[in-house]
Design a protein around this ligand. Structure first.
Ligand SMILES: [Zn+2]
Length: 214
């Protein structure tokens, strides 16, 4: 089974993708992790990707596509993609790769959450300046406000978690993702899932859309 999970930061996409992969015996391909692994591997392609990241640039489509293609080939039991594709060109290349392998995409699942809830989830995050532990003022508060349970360090909001920065990122995300959603909706491969509620609830909604596991 080949699945794509789409969703903005704060939608719980990474958590759901990891869970789906575990339950269905798929390899969870998260873009960030693919890039880190490529750098560690020190292959030609990995070094090329790292050179863009080190320069603070986006990894070009062609490089990203090659990296993902390698990962898909080495996961014959199926993949759950998280963070790829991001562009129409990547989506088309993904379809070509899967067609070559005779493993067409089953579904693209888009997690949907109202803007206000995304803002609350992200802007409530606090990070320990000492050990990097992550808290949330509502969902995972520290025992003492602003103080890390683990090391006693001071908790701060990262500048890119501030509401204006988050709102800007969400706008960009919607702009970039709209063509992808259209692409998958056109041939009925897109399913939209309400991402409100706890992890278990949302997982059940996703699971109900997928083919029954054999
Ligand atoms: Zn700490």
């Amino acid at each position: 089974m080949e699945i794509i999970l789409l969703g903005p930061q704060g939608s719980g996409k990474g958590t759901q993708a990891a869970r789906l992969a575990r339950q269905r015996g798929l390899v969870h391909l998260a873009t960030g992790e693919i890039l880190r692994a490529a750098r560690r591997a020190g292959t030609e392609l990995g070094n090329l990707a790292a050179s863009y990241l080190d320069a603070g640039q986006l990894v070009p489509d062609a490089v990203m596509i090659d990296l993902v293609r390698q990962e898909i080939r080495s996961a014959p039991g199926g993949v759950c993609l998280d963070g790829f594709p991001r562009t129409l060109a990547q989506a088309q290349a993904l379809d070509e790769t899967l067609a070559e392998l005779g493993r067409p995409l089953d579904l693209a699942v888009a997690l949907e959450l109202p803007e206000a809830m995304l803002l609350e989830r992200i802007s409530g995050r606090r990070v320990c300046t000492g050990c990097g532990a992550v808290y949330h003022i509502v969902y995972a508060p520290s025992r003492v406000p602003c103080v890390c349970d683990a090391c006693g360090g001071r908790l701060e909001q990262r500048s890119d978690d501030q509401p204006e920065a988050v709102a800007q990122r969400l706008r960009l995300y919607r702009e970039k993702t709209a063509p992808l959603l259209d692409y998958y909706a056109r041939d009925r491969r897109l399913r939209e899932v309400d991402a409100r509620g706890d992890v278990e609830e949302v997982y059940r909604r996703i699971d109900a859309l997928l083919p029954v596991s054999s």
